[in-house]
Structures are given as C-alpha cells and as structure tokens.
Write a protein that binds this ligand. Sequence first.
Ligand code: PLP
Length: 388
Amino acid sequence: MSTLLGVPHKTYLFTPGPTPVPPQVLAVLAEPVVHHRSPDFRPTYERCLSRLRDVARTANDVLLYTSSGTGAFEAAVANLVTPGEPHLVVSAGNFGERWAALTRTYGADVDHLRYEWGETPDPADVRARLADRSAKAVWLVQSETSTGVVADMQSLAAAAKETGALVVVDAVSSLGAIPCETDAWGLDVVVSGSQKALMTPPGLGLCSVSEAALGATGASPRFYFDWERTRKAQAKLDAPFTPAVPLVAALDVALGLLLDEGLEAAFERHVRLGRAARAGAKAMGLELFSPDEDRSAVVTAVRAPDGIDARDVVKALRDRFGMTIAGGQGELLGKIFRLGHIGFFDVFDIATMLAAVEIVLADLGADVERGVAVTAALEAYEHAAPVR
Ligand code: PLP
C-alpha cells in the first residue's frame, strides 16, 4: 500500500453537493445575526433576490425558502398539482424518480416517461407522450446528479411548450454551473438549492416562478410553501417567515462572486473542469459512466474497474486522505463513483482528486500508472472551450 499520508483533520469536499464554500462566504457566516424585519437585513435580502434573478436569467420572482432543494421542489408540486390532474414526469435517474413520487404523493395523475439511469431524455419522446396525453406541467431534470447526465433543457422545454404545458425544471445541481436561460427558454419554474454551484452551505431552496405558473396554481393544501404568500412578502422585502438570515447573507456574497466572475466565464470554467475530470479518468484507463461531452460539466461519473467495488474507492479516499467524493446511488451503488466539480472548483482541485483516486485504485489492485491522470487533466483544461 502507498505510504503517502494525509494531514490529520484536513478534509476535501469533492461531492456534487454540498460543495466547498469560498472563504469570503464563510466569513459572512461569522457575523452577528441581524433581525429579518429590520433595516439591517433588507438591503442584503433585496440584493440577494436581485442577484438570484440575474443568475437564473429571469425577470420573474425567485422565491426563497429555508429548505433544501427538495423543499423548493415540493413548493412547486404543492402549488401546481391538483389531485387527479394529468402531469408528465421525465426521469432518467434518482432525482427524476423522486419527482415522480412527489407529484404522485400530491395526487397528480402522472404519466412517467422513465428512462434507464444514465440515459439522456429525448425531446422527441416528450413530444410523443404529450401527443398521446396532454399534461398540465412537464417536470424535467436539467442535471441528473445521480448519473452525471445533463439534458438539453432548451429542446425539452420547447417540446413541452408546443402543447401549452407548463415547464418545471430541477436545476438543483446546475444553476450557476451551466446555462439555464429561464426566460429565453420559457421555463416556468426553476428550482435550485444553495449548496451546489451557488457555493453556499445547505439550507436555502429557491424557485423562480413565471406569471403563467402563478396563474395556474391548484387546490393542494399548502401554507409555508404557498407561493403567493412568499411572493407578496418578498415584494415588500418582508420575509413571510423567519428566514435563515446568515445563509441569505452568505448566498448574497456567493452570488456576488459568481456574477463578478461572469456567468459565461463560470460556464466555460465548468466545461473545462468537466473535460479535465473526464480526460484524467480516461487516462487512468477507467470507463466513464456519464457522457463524454461538454454538456456534462456538473459531475463526472466513473465506472469502478472490474473486481473493485466503488464503495471501497469512496471509503479509502475518506479514510486515508479525508477526501469525500460521491458513490453511486440506488441501482448504481458500488458500480460508479462520482467526482463533483461545481461551484468553487479549479483545475487543481480536479488534479488533487485524480491523484488520490490513482493511489487508492492502485492499492485496491487496479492496474493504474501514477501521474497520467493529472497530466491529462491539466492538458485538457488548458484549451479554451466554446461554451455554445
Ligand atoms: N435534484 C438534484 C438534481 C440534486 O442533485 C439534488 C441533491 O443532490 C436534489 C434534487 C435534492 O436536493 P436537496 O438534497 O437539497 O433536497
């Protein structure tokens, strides 16, 4: 076994959420808590909501909840679903399946366009399903974090819009990392969370909501997650309930960093990070599970080599180097490991994770040459990436 040792208590967070938080964002979390209905908070709240609109590229309201991403998604379900109404849910992994379960929980009559995990949803299939049966809303996942697949949201949304359906998008792991053109693509609802590409600790969920979606709310019971209650309160900069004040301040700083970098520059960085991770994995002789394409810029899913359980790779990285990567979920448990690269990541983070993966794979018996992955990753990162 390699004798390289990590420093006790030094840790690395390389999962696709939560993600590392920049020091400027952590610093604001150490400031005294202010009252949410006072002038101390309102400028921060206003700026944060406005920056969220900029990042989501929308003129719509972005409603902010003290919840995880699933809470904001449940808000969409509670507001849009009336029991018995037809909805189309498209799934190709863990999160799409969660939305099928959640919409059913609220009594939706769900047509489930279910792909195998790892497949990429096809707009032609959405069109065909909607031709058979119209739906009030089509529920889509932009970045299926469980598989690493990023779907072509613009085309999928266009297929749904042709029939007049509302489009609801899970952008939990994609908002801020890859283009999500809420208004230009006609996305009625875009759901995300603080702890992924938005570089903030977990605890805030958000939901951008179009006029059409606000006008189409249904009859399911709701209180905390009632869109109208939050919309009205936010319009007066008066949160309806006590928000996680420090997290809002943190999100405000993080969004400022992202907008300072520039969204297009951040998207290009993520494309390059994805290229670097894939190049490194391939140089080690590993097989990619996620597609080998620029769009898959959120998380790189890699198949464990024959005879090696991916859980052992995850465990060895944690035990030996204090490094957390993600394993496979559901049916992919033990088969893949996932290298996250959204948010506060640069190519040296990718190099670090690849160097460590090389070591643990070799120790687990894989035939891996030291150093090749890092070299390939750095080379792949160097070339400018035309984002679109
Ligand atoms: N959707 C996607 C694509 C995700 O990656 C996640 C979290 O990993 C979620 C939804 C759920 O978000 P949360 O864990 O914040 O509720």
